[in-house]
Design a protein around this ligand. Structure first.
Ligand code: HAM
Length: 506
């Protein structure tokens, strides 16, 4: 390798403390006087200072270049720099984690052949108002817009999906497999993993019915959805000893209620009350169930069935002939075929808090029981008709971004994600900034990331920055080399250093 001709450069590529910084000292900029001490002053004092700088003409005196009075106001208020309660900022390190998570959501969805969709965060309020008394309704962020329309920030994505499917009508070819990653808003009580704003990954399959034959229903869509969640967990290092799925079917409840001649239209309401079992005292649950018209006997039977955690026991109580048992057996057998039997268990207490589920329901939980549900979903074959559309068999799940991060923290599985840039490019002379820009453009054109040093900075600073952004290579544009059409490349991991013609740089 030829010796480096630029003495400053060759020095610079030796240990940092040898740098001669004389010619790299940051240039002294002449800062306009009115901006010098803004930090320690109020805007009002700045305003009065400007008026005297204006030669006594006062702010807004009409001289060109003067700040207009509307920009400098005495009416300022010190803002709370925290985001609203329950919401988050995503500074770069958090954004990297979010992107990492979403990347895996997207990759799994792609592997399962799903197409990405999205809907507006702001929807008509009516889309989320269901009669069953769901908690989600009381948590709505809703308001009247300037056109007197009742609107709401979406608390979930499923109603929007239903709306879009109805709108597209026959133009959609079924079955459709859609996924979405969207921000949802719920005015929730804040607990670990529960926020007022969260992102949800949804995967939904529409148009694949429960195909019933003599052996029961084939719940391939449900099984496929759970397979995708298992695939996701595996990708991020979570195993079946960390998490599991509690699975049940709403048909279990339906069968019990039918025995006691409880009208079908009360079904959703009863499910919503039962979903609160772990959150409110059992006497309150009984009182609420009683208020819907259920007899004491029916309530006792219901609560007894809900405590069952084994399919065999359920079969003993309900008898083997019912749809619920057949569905659940089918699902467990499919789980075996997919290879995730160890991940799922029957638990009759899972009913879920949304009124629209009609069949299989499931929830992902952490086995240490420290966190709220990680994800949840199920079959909702009759949601579309509640919006005036034709029903389409449907099932899906929602998977939030908050609980999973808590779980990864618990398990020490949070990835270390640092900023990574392929190259840092720096001109050693102010006059060479244009050449450095050409170098950066060339590399970017080839798909490499480049952090171009935009100011005249000492080399010590450049090396520090290169380390902070984990740059692979440092490319220096110095006068001596550039006269030969060359730049200096330093591979930062090995310290290897060479000159190369710009044309050959890749
Ligand atoms: P969900 O159970 O209400 O279902 O929410 C699904 C997941 O979203 C939860 O398991 C949790 O991971 C996350 N989540 C919900 N609320 C919050 C919150 N306040 N803070 C943080 N994370 C939260 C649904 O929303 C259904 N629409 C899912 C679905 C899709 N069913 C069929 N397709």
């Amino acid at each position: 390798m030829p010796p480096l001709l630029n003495p400053r450069l060759s020095l610079s590529l030796k240990p940092l403390f040898l740098f001669s910084q004389s010619s790299f000292a940051p240039r002294k900029f002449q800062i306009p006087r009115q901006f010098v001490s803004v930090k320690s002053r109020t805007f009002s004092s700045l305003a009065s200072e400007q008026s005297s700088d204006n030669g006594g003409t006062g702010v807004g005196g009409g001289r060109s270049g003067a700040l207009s009075p509307s920009l400098v106001t005495e009416d300022f208020q010190r803002i709370d720099v925290n985001p609203p309660k329950g919401t988050r900022d995503f500074p770069p390190e958090d954004m990297r984690l979010r992107n990492w998570l979403f990347h895996h959501f997207r990759e799994v969805s792609r592997l399962f052949g799903f197409e990405e969709v999205d809907y507006p965060v702001l929807e008509s309020e009516a889309l989320f108002i269901r009669k069953a008394g769901e908690e989600i309704r009381d948590q709505l962020y809703c308001f009247e817009d300037r056109g007197n329309r009742r609107v709401a920030l979406r608390p979930e994505l499923t109603p929007s999906l239903a709306r879009l499917v109805i709108q597209k009508g026959k133009s959609l070819s079924l079955p459709l497999k859609w996924f979405a990653i969207g921000q949802c808003w719920r005015y929730e009580r804040m607990t670990r993993g529960r926020r007022r704003e969260h992102y949800q990954w949804n995967m939904d399959i529409l148009g694949v019915p429960e195909v019933t034959d003599i052996s029961g229903s084939i719940l391939i869509a449900e099984a496929e959805l759970m397979a995708s969640i298992v695939a996701f967990f595996k990708r991020i290092g979570i195993t079946e000893s960390d998490v599991g799925f509690k699975v049940s079917s709403r048909k279990v409840l339906q069968e019990v209620l039918r025995c006691y001649s409880v009208p079908e239209n009360l079904f959703g309401k009863v499910c919503i009350i039962i979903d609160k079992i772990e959150k409110i005292p059992i006497d309150e649950i009984k009182r609420e169930l009683n208020a819907t018209g259920l007899s004491e006997e029916a309530i006792e039977e219901l609560l007894q069935v809900l405590s069952i955690k084994s399919l065999t026991k359920l079969e003993e109580i309900l008898g083997g002939a019912g749809e619920a048992i057949a569905d659940l057996k089918q699902l467990f057998s499919l789980a075996e075929k997919f290879g995730y039997s160890e991940w799922i268990q029957f638990d009759a207490s899972v009913v879920r808090g949304l009124a629209y589920y009609t069949g299989i329901v499931f929830e992902g939980f952490d086995r240490d029981r420290k966190l709220r549900a990680i994800c949840g979903g199920g079959r909702y074959d009759r949601l579309l008709s509640t919006f005036g559309g034709d029903d389409v068999p449907a099932c899906g799940f929602g998977f939030g971004d908050a609980v999973i991060i808590e779980l990864l923290k618990e398990k020490g599985l949070l990835p270390e994600l640092s900023l990574e840039v392929d190259n840092i490019v720096c001109a050693l002379d102010h006059d060479l900034q244009g050449v450095a820009a050409t170098v950066a453009t060339k590399l970017r054109g080839e798909g490499q990331s480049v952090d171009l040093v935009l100011e005249n900075k000492p080399l010590k600073w450049v090396f520090k920055r290169a380390a902070r952004i984990n740059a692979q290579r440092l490319i220096l544009v110095g006068n001596t080399e550039w006269q030969k059409g060359m730049v200096v490349v330093k591979v930062l991991s090995s310290g290897e250093q060479y000159e190369i013609k710009l044309d050959e740089l890749e």
